[in-house]
Design a binder for this molecule. Sequence first.
Ligand code: COA
Length: 197
Amino acid sequence: MMPTDVAAAGPLTLRTWRPEDATGLAEAIAASRTHLAPWMGFANAPARTPAEHAARFGEWEQDRRAAGDGIYGIFLDGAPVGSCGLHRRLGPGALEIGYWVHVGYLRRGIASTAAALLTDTAFGLEGITVVEIHHDAANLASAAIPRRLGFSRVGELTGPRTAPGERGLEWQWRMTREQWPERRPADLRVRPDAGSG
Ligand SMILES: CC(C)(COP(=O)(O)OP(=O)(O)OC[C@H]1O[C@@H](n2cnc3c(N)ncnc32)[C@H](O)[C@@H]1OP(=O)(O)O)[C@@H](O)C(=O)NCCC(=O)NCCS
């Protein structure tokens, strides 16, 4: 089973979503809608209310407890700044990482640090030997994350476009359990906001 808490990195915490996070998540998505819309299907659907988010947290928790996916809020000094997950959709022995970051917190190392923490977590689970990151070929910001973490690009798949910025060509990046200790960047950290003084 996936854990509820992923190891922290400085001010960054990854943990499963709780009912009290629902308003913060709704606000983060509302603020980020234009930034997310090209790439994330949910950002093009009607906004969920906090109560609807809280209900989904319950469904995610049930799924996690049933040996399903792990969906984690990304918190910076306790405030929600994105979401990420470890997904079982690749089949036995492999997990796929997904992520998005609040528009107000970009280019500070949040997605790359979160993805590294998820990779650590994945390889801490019995039987997981492969971690992958998939993204649309047009999503260059997303491509930078597996590249930064030392994943290898192993292929591409055609598929349906699920958001308007996509080309419908999915790039696949892979890390193996053996590669990760030598490839994991030593200098990952969340940088302070350049404008925060
Ligand atoms: C992709 C995304 C998660 C990146 O989040 P982030 O926290 O800004 O990423 P990081 O700060 O960890 O970036 C790490 C490196 O990636 C590269 N990078 C990140 N965003 C980039 C961009 N917009 N353009 C070019 N390179 C980018 C940079 O090399 C960056 O390092 P640097 O800032 O030191 O140069 C974020 O832009 C996002 O939420 N996008 C919309 C949702 C999405 O596409 N999710 C993925 C779907 S597959």
